[in-house]
Write a protein that binds this ligand. Sequence first.
Ligand SMILES: Cc1cc2nc3c(=O)[nH]c(=O)nc-3n(C[C@H](O)[C@H](O)[C@H](O)COP(=O)(O)O)c2cc1C
Length: 224
Amino acid sequence: MSISTRLTELLRIEHPILLAPMDIISDGRFAATVSRAGGFGIIGGGYGDETWLARELDAAGDARVGVGFITWSIAKRPRLLDSVLERRPPAVMLSFGDVRPHAQKIKKSDALLICQIQTLGQAKAAVANDADILVAQGAEGGGHGISRSTFPFVPAVVDAVPHIPVVAAGHVGTCGRRRIPAAYCGTAFPKNGAAARPNYCSIKMKKRIAMQQPARTVISTLPL
Ligand SMILES: Cc1cc2nc3c(=O)[nH]c(=O)nc-3n(C[C@H](O)[C@H](O)[C@H](O)COP(=O)(O)O)c2cc1C
């Protein structure tokens, strides 16, 4: 069964699943396999080996795959981005840092710009530089990371940039593989939907939940 979202339409894919551009691990064959299965594979251009990247793009053949770069690495090797754009990939991803030096070059090539971000400030900066898709990476994510956990961070990004499709990253696939049979919710009930009506929960409590700020969350210890 395919799932249609704003992201699947933009990337022209069947399933809203992306292969992260894990340096060297996400090679051409791997990315092509994900794309041919209906997701979107992104080759890991991470630390910038031009010969490796050219070989892996060849290995992907006619599969629609993207290429992911780390911003500070590509800044040292701008020629690498040019060589990839010459091949007209459907999307290029920039991760971890200042996207400004590269964003417009990618947009001019007609590739979609995907930005992997870890703070709300980075999310807004990416959108200001015409990002088409954001990958919101929580602290659980493998590789480089900052601090906020995936579950609270991803909806905060969606709220901050509601017109941009946001992809969740950070232990997402690991959860799903275990076929967890149900979700268990606390805050979501008083905060959202019919249960948010005053007669289900005091207005004072609702206000306190609505005003929550990540930096002020207090985790109490258990008397064990
Ligand atoms: C081994 C490894 C290498 C990674 N290398 C890169 C990389 O080169 N560029 C990049 O944008 N992200 C890289 N990432 C991070 C991914 O883009 C993504 O945020 C992360 O894998 C998501 O978390 P998960 O691994 O728990 O699913 C890497 C992740 C791992 C585990």
